[in-house]
Design a protein around this ligand. Structure first.
Ligand code: SF4
Ligand code: SF4
Length: 217
């Protein structure tokens, strides 16, 4: 044996054809079994024992799967109680995403067309669910809690384009008392009334719906 020939390989067969285990245990001589039962009996023994184990078959989709409350599912772009969007188009979620799954383009609010309190809003917002690994880093990065994750996990599709969700698909639905943007700020004179001073204008129905819409890690 030359000085470059390894004494034992990490797995598979050695240079002489002897079976070498990956563990530190000594190799089993070829043809010798650890059990005294013949090979077929060992194999059917596994099958036989499995027959008496508890069945774990899920009856999905007939019986919908109940996820944990903090499950990371499809994203939601949330709204303020008057219907204005919480997203300010800052792109922090896109920068935080390790999979490069988020695309954001910000736009300027004007007095004629206001989509969020303050100066900016998310004009274009897309999440590519072909890339997303549901890690939740994006919702941690969002400074306005615009972006959260729901419990919806039924995202499978056979169309790649359909798995790039647009802003319209991600926006939270309008609840009673909300108004479809663009519209003026209804809860104060400036954005501090939304972000610093907590608006108390939310109806009981909106407040009850908030935990559902903002389910997160
Ligand atoms: S959950 Fe993770 S991978 Fe998916 S969009 Fe957010 S940061 Fe990116
Ligand atoms: S979702 Fe949040 S982090 Fe992403 S652009 Fe909108 S405000 Fe910024």
């Amino acid at each position: 044996m030359s000085e470059h020939t390894p004494a034992r390989r990490e797995g598979g067969a050695s240079a002489s054809g002897e079976v070498v285990r990956q563990t530190g245990a000594p190799p089993t001589p070829a043809g010798k079994r650890s059990s005294r039962l013949p090979g077929p009996a060992q194999g059917f023994g596994v099958t036989f024992a499995t027959m008496f184990k508890k069945v774990t078959t899920e009856e999905y989709p007939e019986v919908p799967k109940q996820t944990k409350p903090r499950y990371h599912g499809r994203h939601v772009l949330n709204r303020h109680p008057d219907g204005l969007e919480k997203c300010v188009g800052c792109e922090l979620c896109a920068w935080a995403c390790p999979a490069d799954a988020i695309y954001v383009e910000g736009g300027d609010n004007t007095e004629d067309a206001r989509y969020s309190p303050g100066e900016r809003y998310g004009r274009v917002y897309q999440i590519n669910y072909l890339r997303c690994i549901f890690c939740g880093l994006c919702i941690e990065a969002c400074p306005t809690r615009s972006l959260t994750m729901s419990n919806d996990f039924e995202l499978a599709d056979d169309d790649r384009q359909a798995l790039i969700y647009t802003k319209e698909q991600l926006m939270a639905p309008l609840l009673p008392g909300m108004e479809q943007p663009p519209h003026p700020m209804r809860l104060g004179d400036d954005e501090k009334d939304y972000y610093v001073r907590d608006p108390q204008a939310a109806s009981p129905a909106q407040q009850a719906a908030e935990p559902v819409l903002e389910e997160r890690a």
